[in-house]
Design a protein around this ligand. Structure first.
Ligand SMILES: Cc1ncc(C[n+]2csc(CCOP(=O)(O)OP(=O)(O)O)c2C)c(N)n1
Ligand SMILES: [Mg+2]
Length: 427
């Protein structure tokens, strides 16, 4: 027995960088490109245990595709991928300006994370269902099946808003594009996706689900519940954890990424797991295909931890210079996904600086033209457009229940007396 017991204390993880102190990124556990083995698609979950602690990477420092994970991808597909990332970045940049100009109320970018959603979108099939968070706009923008104007109309809450104001601006919903309505309640995506995947298997369908979550949100109970169901029933689902190092101002270690990895959560639950360089378009394509094939061949779920960096603010309501070094992204060891794929294609003689500049300019013009068109349909912040009060009550029940009818009657009466009490407008 100790005669002099020391007081107990808790460990509170701290980020390795703060404003004024550059981040020490050695915590990332980066493997050299090409160094990590590629197990067969029918590997047992236990046989992926080591892959939860390494990092699958394909593109080396010189932009060459190396190692067992280098995917078979023809040049048009890779050019399409680069274009999709450029389009996503151009869309985000323009929408950020639109928010600053008070044309839209709120926006969330995926700057620096573009490879993950765009390459994943090109690895799954039409009909598969993604359950995204607000940072996977790349899934929609990569496949070109949803017009940007439509997305912008939702961002502007205007008369062509497909959600008619029922969703937050960035929370799209496109059943026809395999993009499940985004839920603001984090981690619900995981239980919904696993449930959808189980239903697909119960029906004897061939479609698989793809679930999305951020590092911070894995701390929610729904994440763990989803893993248990996915493991037990071998649900045909891909479980994507986007570790972009931050959850608003909270460092990923606070959600449990310090002494272990998020990929290791999967292995611990009996789920095949990979930890992948999320800024390496080729690695994302290869790992997504591996996981999709497992799911489609009824071999069970795969959890993939994508390592990336949230280069921008969390949202337009956040100022990251308050809690991390302002130039952090420049020093992030996995670099910029666009620059890396560009270098690869240039090396193959399939792209050039001139082509890059031309494409970027054309996409910026396409985005600007779409915004101009969306603005023609008005906008809550542009023209003080207020939708009719009835629209708050519609689209919930087929037949409006009595208590809502009563609330609607009261709301109408209050609105009318409020209007009547207003002083007459001058001029
Ligand atoms: C259940 C729940 N808790 C808290 C929030 C508030 N919230 C919105 S985004 C966010 C951070 C999420 O971080 P992460 O999961 O890492 O995703 P990222 O934003 O980095 O993509 C929080 C705490 C929420 N929307 N839902
Ligand atoms: Mg995060």
């Amino acid at each position: 027995m100790t005669t002099d017991p020391r007081p107990l204390h808790l460990h509170v993880p701290e980020p390795s960088g703060r404003p004024g102190h550059p981040t020490d990124f050695s915590y990332l556990r980066v493997s050299p490109a090409g160094a990590v083995r590629r197990p067969p698609v029918d590997a047992s979950p236990a046989d992926t245990a080591d892959l939860a602690f390494t990092l699958v990477r394909v593109l080396d420092e010189d932009g060459r595709a190396v190692g067992p994970w280098a995917p078979e991808a023809d040049l048009p597909l890779l050019q399409r991928g680069l274009r999709a990332m450029l389009k996503t970045r151009a869309f985000d940049a323009r929408m950020l300006i639109a928010q600053r100009q008070k044309k839209i109320s709120f926006y969330m970018q995926c700057l620096g994370e573009e490879a993950i959603a765009t390459a994943h979108a090109l690895a799954i099939e039409p009909g598969d269902m993604c359950f995204p968070t607000y940072r996977q706009q790349g899934l929609l923008l990569a496949r070109d099946d949803i017009p940007m104007v439509e997305m912008m109309c939702q961002l502007m809450s205007n008369e062509r808003d497909p959600m008619r104001g029922r969703q937050l601006p960035v929370m799209y919903s496109y059943k026809r594009a395999g993009f499940f309505s985004i839920s603001g309640n984090l981690a619900t995506q995981f239980i919904q996706a696993v449930g959808w995947a189980m239903a697909s298997a119960i029906k004897g369908d061939t479609r698989i689900a793809s679930a999305w979550i951020g590092d911070g949100s894995t701390a929610e109970a729904d994440f763990h519940t989803a893993l248990t169901f996915a493991h037990v029933y071998r649900a045909p689902v891909i479980l994507n954890v986007v570790n972009n190092q931050w959850a608003i101002s909270t460092f990923q270690a606070i959600a449990g990424g310090e002494a272990t990895t998020f990929a290791a959560r999967g292995v611990g639950c009996g789920i095949a797991s990979l930890r992948v360089d999320g800024n390496d378009f080729l690695a994302v394509l290869a790992a997504s295909r591996w996981a999709a094939e497992r799911a489609r061949r009824n071999l069970g779920p795969t959890l993939i931890e994508w390592i990336t960096y949230r280069a921008g603010a969390h949202s337009t309501a956040d100022d990251p210079s308050r809690y991390r070094p302002a130039d952090d992204w420049v020093h992030f060891p996995l670099g910029d996904p666009i620059e890396r794929l560009k270098r690869h294609l240039v090396g193959l003689g399939a792209w050039s600086d001139a082509e890059h500049a031309r494409t970027q300019k054309a996409l910026e013009a396409e985005v600007a033209a779409a915004l101009k068109q969306a603005e023609r349909y008005g906008g809550t912040l542009i023209d003080n457009h207020v939708p009719p009060i009835e629209s708050m009550f519609e689209d919930v029940y087929r037949d409006m229940p009595a208590h809502l009818q009563e609330q609607l009657r009261q709301a109408r009466a209050e609105w009318q007396s409020h209007q009547a009490a207003k002083p007459p407008q001058e001029g």
